[in-house]
Write a protein that binds this ligand. Structure first.
Ligand SMILES: Nc1ncnc2c1ncn2[C@@H]1O[C@H](COP(=O)(O)OP(=O)(O)OP(=O)(O)O)[C@@H](O)[C@H]1O
Ligand SMILES: [Mg+2]
Length: 150
């Protein structure tokens, strides 16, 4: 099952992230795929804000993983675009089971290292301000979330 939804500006993307955040649970995994500037970080920021994280969220591109511990749950925000070398050094499994929420930008680059169950979100740039979100829930929990909020 796939769910499609269009946002017409940055604020609508933040609201979309907030809606999904309202269904968060420990060890939730959100995978984001989309071209440069499609809105992956905007989505992550919207989600983080809804979790009560008050730190300034920046793109973790150069650090690969940023951890935010002051929200309702820990947030592990990853951007694997510049990942080089052996992916096993990242110890991704540890993050997947750390009872926080994991958001991965450029998840398509590590498809073979994603956990079995996750919420996969593809973002397509339609025009300057329009984005098409395609949600693919993998696993019952994620299907229920999509059913509930999309
Ligand atoms: N509907 C929309 N939703 C989200 N962002 C939008 C939308 N319309 C325009 N934008 C703009 O698109 C840009 C998205 O930037 P963002 O950093 O989130 O992209 P990204 O996918 O994380 O890119 P990168 O691959 O470089 O990390 C922002 O400048 C934002 O203001
Ligand atoms: Mg980004």
């Amino acid at each position: 099952m796939e769910y499609k939804l269009t946002t017409r500006n940055e604020v609508e993307t933040i609201e979309l992230a907030q809606n999904i955040e309202s269904e968060k649970f420990p060890n939730m995994i959100i995978c984001l795929e989309g071209d440069l500037g499609s809105g992956k970080t905007v989505f992550a920021k919207g989600f983080a804000g809804a979790m009560g994280i008050d730190d300034h969220i920046t793109s973790p591109t150069f650090n690969i993983i940023k951890e935010y511990e002051n929200g309702e749950l820990p947030l592990y925000h990853m951007d694997v675009y510049r990942l080089e070398g052996d992916i096993s050094e990242l110890a991704l499994d540890d993050y997947y089971h750390a009872d926080g929420v994991v958001i991965i930008e450029w998840a398509d680059m590590i498809k073979e290292s994603l956990p079995k169950e996750h919420l996969y979100i593809k973002i397509k740039i339609i025009d300057e301000d329009t984005r098409l979100f395609i949600f693919k829930p993998v696993g019952k929990k994620y299907e229920d979330i999509c059913e509930a909020v999309l």
